[in-house]
Design a protein around this ligand. Structure first.
Ligand SMILES: [Zn+2]
Length: 157
């Protein structure tokens, strides 16, 4: 806990009272369990995900078990590139924090995996459908690992 300020309360009925303002930090320790390879990859600037060993179905975010075959999946690395399906500019605050509005969100079909994800695209514009993007890792180690991943437009991909 860190004391930020102590000052008189500005209220007619509380003339002798003061307020104490402080900041608190809560430390969490949480096991990442079977998702550990995913987060280890993020720390190293690599997107990793999983594939079913029987049907070859792929998942992003990674899944430990294939929902069709109920088998353990195996890990592999993605190239980190993808294609924008649709994007929009967001003017409200991000509900999970980490960066300021406005920002751009896009649905991105990642290369090497089935389906698509919704994630942040850097820059002030709104890329058109079909725009190629690449994952980039920004920020510092104090940020949540998922917020450190963003995509940027790459014309040569
Ligand atoms: Zn399967």
């Amino acid at each position: 806990m860190r004391i930020v300020a102590q000052e008189p309360v500005k209220h007619d009925e509380l003339s002798n009272a003061s307020s104490l303002q402080y900041e608190m930090t809560l430390a969490y320790s949480r096991t990442l369990g079977s998702a550990s390879p995913f987060f280890e990859g993020l720390a190293g600037g690599v997107l990793r995900t999983t594939r079913c060993t029987r049907c070859s179905r792929t998942f992003f975010p990674p899944r430990r078990l294939c929902p069709d075959d109920h088998l353990e999946t195996t890990w592999y690395e993605l190239p980190g590139s993808g294609t924008v399906r649709v994007a929009t500019r967001v003017y409200g605050a991000a509900p999970f924090g980490g960066f300021e509005a406005p920002y751009t969100l896009g649905i991105i079909a990642l290369d090497g995996v089935d389906g698509a994800i919704t994630h942040r695209i850097l820059g002030d514009g709104v890329p058109e459908a079909g725009t190629r993007v690449a994952a980039t890792f920004i920020g510092d180690e104090q940020m949540h690992p998922l917020l450190r991943v963003a995509f940027e437009v790459r014309s040569a991909l």
